[in-house]
Design a protein around this ligand. Sequence first.
Ligand SMILES: NC(=O)c1ccc[n+]([C@@H]2O[C@H](COP(=O)([O-])OP(=O)(O)OC[C@H]3O[C@@H](n4cnc5c(N)ncnc54)[C@H](O)[C@@H]3O)[C@@H](O)[C@H]2O)c1
Length: 331
Amino acid sequence: MSALTVLVTGGLGFVGSNVVRLLRAERPDWRVVVLDALTYAGHRSTLGDLSEGSGLRVVIGDIADAPAMEALFAEERPRAVLNLAAESHVDRSIEAPAAFVRTNAQGVQVLLDAARRHEVATFVQISTDEVYGALGPDDPRFTETSPLRPSSPYSASKTSGDLLALAWNHTYGMDVRVTRCTNNLGPYQFPEKLIPVAIAAAMDGRPIPVYGSGKQVRDWIHVDDHARALLAVLEKGRPGRVYNVGADGERQNLDIVHAILDQLGCPDDQLSHVSDRLGHDWRYGIDATRLRQETGWTPRWTPEAALRATVQWYVDHQPWWRDVVRRSHSS
Ligand SMILES: NC(=O)c1ccc[n+]([C@@H]2O[C@H](COP(=O)([O-])OP(=O)(O)OC[C@H]3O[C@@H](n4cnc5c(N)ncnc54)[C@H](O)[C@@H]3O)[C@@H](O)[C@H]2O)c1
């Protein structure tokens, strides 16, 4: 793909900021426009090491704000869109679902409309493996043709965005591609999800909350492998296609927490079982054969190496995560 302007929404969040960093490093002739609403999960410091200039612009705005999106698309004329803007935390979706429907469903419709009006060449909708619901212990892993059975307000709102994106391909012939990735780990994840929460608590000598038995299985992938998969889908994927993204990383939550405690030299009794999340999905597992075969993508990280590097990153970047936690408490 030749030089282009790519719009990365949610680029100040966890996955989005890692995507922006990858694009700046590996496609330096592309212009990257970041759009982010700076919710509690978005922080300018996630891109603090990158300077704005001709290759990077950061715009603060809301994907569900149609007039603002119309103005942005008219001004920037992006050739490609990677939509990572989302409300992303299941627990928050159980407490307050409205923002999830607004951003994850309505926001996608607003972006798709703007992209169609302004003749965006390729639109990648970043969805999630949670659209498939949960697996039993011995079920085969999800493929792209598995039925969609979302179970939380978060996953139901993401499924809405996912299906809207595919409908824009079917109805209007837009080049839309959808990715469904497993759980990410890596740098710049806001400490509200299992791994950064566990690392932060372990480092501060606080109890580490583990839902229920802790035997739930998640399928882990390093965020850099996810970012590379999105680039592969953008450059080598096919219109109207869904791509599962996963790195064969199924592990029990309990094993993840024990490995973190072990690496940090903390005692096992720092782990504290708390009441399980309502409707908690038991197991996720993704078959990413299509992505590998059609784009040549392969993961670079094993789950063990990814976890070790992530723990070390949080040890080395305490000012970053302590600051974003403090800001989220004071806002
Ligand atoms: N983190 C994972 O493990 C994972 C796995 C699979 C898929 N995904 C998907 O990747 C995407 C990014 O996830 P994440 O973990 O980086 O989430 P995140 O919560 O860390 O970041 C989301 C970003 O979107 C921004 N945002 C929220 N509402 C917005 C709006 N209305 N307009 C503009 N920006 C808005 C936030 O400010 C934040 O910067 C999501 O779509 C998520 O479903 C994440």
